[in-house]
Design a protein around this ligand. Sequence first.
Ligand code: UD1
Ligand code: CA
Length: 451
Amino acid sequence: MASHLIVLAAGQGSRMQSDLPKVLHPLGGAPLFAHALASGAALEPQTRVLVVGHGGDAVRAAAADIDPDIVIAQQVEQLGTAHAVGCARAALADATGTAFVLYGDTPFVRPETLERMAAARAEGHAVVVSGFTPADPGRYGRLVMRDGALERIVEYKDASDDERAITLCNGGIMAVDAALIFDLIDGIGNDNAAGEYYLTDIVQVARDRGHSATVVEFDESETLGINTRAELARAEAIFQARARADALDNGVTMTAPDTVFFSHDTHVGRDAVIEPNVIFAAGVTVESGATIRAFSHLEGCHVGARAVVGPYARLRRGAELSNDTRIGNFVEIKNAQIGDGAKVNHLSYVGDATVGAAANLGAGTVTCNYDGVFKHHTDIGARAFIGSSTMLVAPVRVGADAMTASGSVITADVPDGALALGRARQVNKPGLAARMIDRLRALKANKKEDV
Ligand code: UD1
Ligand code: CA
């Protein structure tokens, strides 16, 4: 059966106290709404519709970055969850199968739960609602059951005392027959305590029209919605705890997992070792057997097998470390390919560069890649030896097996196998240091007498 996703993300999120729309706040390095889309990805949906409202243009741009095929539906006025789903009508005009409704501010829905809902749809239920029994039912909608079937959902605001005593609550996610959903929504009014079009009324409307509805129960932890910065911080902690547990399960060694921070898309291979206080921003892949030493920060990069990075290393976007490379302390790598077994061990900046296999960059090597307007490329050949404190003024090429003398400023290409010296010749003045010190001390003594 075909699946379609409708992710509701039009709410203002005023309790975030933010100029940024709520669903753009990051969780695990990805905007909130992307997590709901990722949960739904397991269903291999034919259509993904994101309903935007507040900050719609910014959300639209972020969505296009993640997946250009996402359809954006605009909900100009937030008249309720049923009205929000109705905004997806044009995008799902002739759809059949199942339309799943998810919330953009509810990131922890497990794909297994959606699959169980799909299974309930396959059994012939027109409407499948997610239910859960929270520790504190609070203001959640209540699921009214009769003879084991779901009869209707009543919102807390509209519920009688007896209905408020029901502990089975609406988790918010729904799976509805895609061919029926918009007809059912057309049957929903807004004559209720909030004056809103409640999606929850879809159950009653479906039942009245002779369709069946049922509940799939899931765990409260999956319903966690984010309304405040405090909840966002708590969600981040949950996200990180899960990511750490997954990494450990997948054979990653971490001596202090609580100090390691992952992103939604971090991949770390088996037998990799992650030392304490390492941060993985978005877009990082670490191959098997690599070691990321303490206090390193990685983003948008690839670390090859058995490479050793850090301590105190910074890998930025486009850093591609091949196997067995060594990136040491206080080294920054950006948009650069580092060949097999190459070493950049100390205090260096390598940006917009290609470094050949087994090359060795001495302490304080800098690729001077930026002229104030343009970025330029540096090419370092295989087995080249770059002397300490070499400035490589790009665009420039150092050949294979070539060397640069330490302290050189390299402004012209160095042929293969050549040694480049780009520094002033040293001159020694015998006795001059001692004479200078004597003179300076005498000057200081005279000054004191003046005072
Ligand atoms: C909703 C359910 C409630 C359930 C709870 C679970 C309804 C009427 N109630 O209540 O039964 O227990 O979720 O968390 O559905 N949104 C829009 N446009 C709108 C209104 C809402 O896009 O016009 C979006 C919000 O941004 C949010 C989601 O829909 O992501 C849910 O809306 P919210 O107002 O938070 O619903 P609840 O009151 O929590
Ligand atoms: Ca809510």
